[in-house]
Design a protein around this ligand. Structure first.
Ligand SMILES: [Zn+2]
Length: 523
């Protein structure tokens, strides 16, 4: 078996990317999605860097992961100290993960100018830190920072660093192209010069500054690496990391490797879009394998060939990576997705009328700008409506909002809602900072006496995306809302409208109606 391990660093290196930030809840959801994908290792972050990171590891300890090992990340001990009393190494232990990723220097220029120590002490720092963590029972992945630049500068020292890591007991020596300036041919040459038979297994960590991070990862695997590190969508520091959404299918489908995630390959497109929604970044349509354009064909003769013999016009079957061919045959792929998604409500067949109805609804809604990859709760409500098992909570009569600002005082919004629920006419009122908060509070004000569950749930995240910016202020917006309950359950809903308040209202109502239907109705 051509075994290969995949380490995802979306939650660590990925967080260094421009315009990327994830909430604690996002990080947990992404970690679980990576676990479902059967990624072997998830680098969770640097536990000493801030409270959010420390809280993440606390939550991870309580959570259940079926396959992935969540790892903490940190550096070797400080020069002149000892590993057992070093704050960074201590924080790695405190994170209480089954394994750790520990980064050390390989490039003498960095040892001298950044660490301000000598080459022998750098080796002692590496040896001490690894053997201490091994003694504490941790799996240790040793990241050799700037390995390729260091090797080009002084190959003998770079090899000594590898040997030191091996002797200290590292489980994997991950050679890093930290500056991203290395080309695939150099990766192949340098790796062929390493004494691999007397070293611990090698891994590769590549940055995309030359646009070759995936190519370098593939070259590394061919040259003997058994672990590759990368991120979902390739987002990370500067130009990013090796894109796992491209690397994994290349390794599996083109090179015959069998990482644990190979059987889950059809989840790749959805995880790519899920992470994009969490990062609030518009996914690259032209991304290989998982982009919406990856298997799209314009109408005309070409499309006709695709319809008759798709394999002639596409390099792989799009369903292998969970993507779908656009035009003509998309309905077919859509049907099986819908059948799979609604299987929790009963047994359905592709031919069932309800499946066709849902496809129609989805098509219309997606054309209108809705997206359900990261709004499963709204999708669930569509299913319930199609199956006629939906119980509405809110029937709106009208809402009224007024924002005002005077002189230097902060702006305020007052709002009132009139609605019907449980056969009664209800009214709610609130004052908030902005219209969405006010609407949320007024809605709660009206419903709380009649629906006690309202007090258990709350908004935790709110994201807005402009869908057609060329229309300027008349553009449509898509609003995503994340809600959670007291027990930490979280769900996402979506609304679309030209009016941001109306889009938010739709996502708000979906949020509480989903919870009500899922947990408060006896069916
Ligand atoms: Zn990196």
């Amino acid at each position: 078996m051509n075994r290969l391990h995949v380490l995802d660093t979306t939650l660590r290196d990925g967080m260094q990317g421009l315009e990327i930030s994830y909430t604690l809840e996002d990080k947990l959801q992404i970690a679980h999605a990576l676990d479902d994908l059967k990624i072997d290792y998830i680098e969770g972050g640097f536990p000493l860097s801030n409270e959010k990171e420390a809280a993440f590891f606390k939550e991870v300890r309580k959570a259940r992961f079926n396959h992935a090992k969540v790892l903490s990340f940190g550096s070797t001990r400080k020069p002149g100290g000892s590993a057992d009393s070093d704050a960074h190494v201590g924080a790695l232990l405190e994170a209480d993960t089954p394994g750790v990723v520990i980064v050390g220097k390989t490039w003498l220029a960095h040892v001298d100018k950044v660490l301000r120590t000598d080459e022998e002490e750098n080796l002692r720092m590496i040896a001490d830190s690894i053997s201490f963590l091994k003694k504490e029972g941790r799996e240790v992945i040793f990241d050799l920072e700037h390995f390729f630049d260091g090797y080009k500068d002084d190959p003998a020292y770079a090899v000594r660093v590898l040997e030191t890591g091996t002797e200290a007991g590292a489980d994997v020596l991950c050679i890093c192209d930290t500056n991203g300036g290395t080309l695939p041919s150099e990766v192949a040459r340098i790796m062929s010069e390493l004494p691999q038979d007397r070293l611990a297994p090698l891994g590769g960590h590549f940055h995309n500054d030359c646009g070759t991070a995936v190519a370098n990862s593939l070259a590394a695997v061919e040259a003997g690496a058994t672990q590759i590190q990368g991120t979902i969508n390739g987002w990370g520091e500067r130009c990013g990391n090796a894109n796992l959404c491209v690397f994994i299918p290349n390794a599996v489908l083109k090179m015959g490797y069998e990482p644990a995630c190979a059987p889950q390959l059809s989840h790749l497109t959805s995880i790519s879009r899920f992470v994009a929604e969490k990062a609030n970044i518009i996914p690259d349509k032209r991304q290989p394998y998982v982009g919406t354009a990856a298997f799209s064909h314009k109408a005309g003769q070409h499309a006709d060939v695709v319809a008759k013999a798709g394999s002639l016009m596409e390099h792989i079957d799009s369903s292998l990576v969970g993507n779908q061919r656009q035009i003509l045959l998309s309905e077919l792929a859509g049907k099986s997705t819908v059948v799979e998604k609604i299987s929790k409500y009963g047994e359905f067949d592709k031919g069932d009328a309800v499946v066709a109805d849902l496809i129609d609804t989805l098509k219309t809604r997606e054309r209108d700008g809705y997206e359900y990859e990261a709004a499963e709760a709204s999708f669930d409500l569509l299913v319930r409506k199609a199956l006629k098992t939906y119980h509405p909570v809110v029937q709106l009569r009208n809402y009224h909002l007024e924002s005002y600002k005077a002189h230097q005082t902060p702006s305020k919004t007052v709002g009132r809602i009139f609605m019907q629920a449980q056969g009664k006419e209800l009214m709610g009122a609130a004052v908030g900072i902005g219209p969405v908060e006010t609407l949320d509070h007024a809605l709660r004000d009206a419903l709380a006496p009649h629906y006690p569950f309202i007090s258990k749930i709350g908004l935790t995240d709110y994201r807005v995306r402009v869908l057609n910016p060329e229309r300027a202020s008349a553009a449509k917006v898509r609003v995503f809302i994340t809600s959670t309950d007291h027990e930490g359950l979280s769900w996402d809903t979506v609304g679309v409208n030209e009016n941001i308040v109306e889009a938010s209202w739709e996502a708000l109502v979906d949020s509480l109606e989903w919870y009500y239907n899922e947990y408060c109705v006896d069916e």
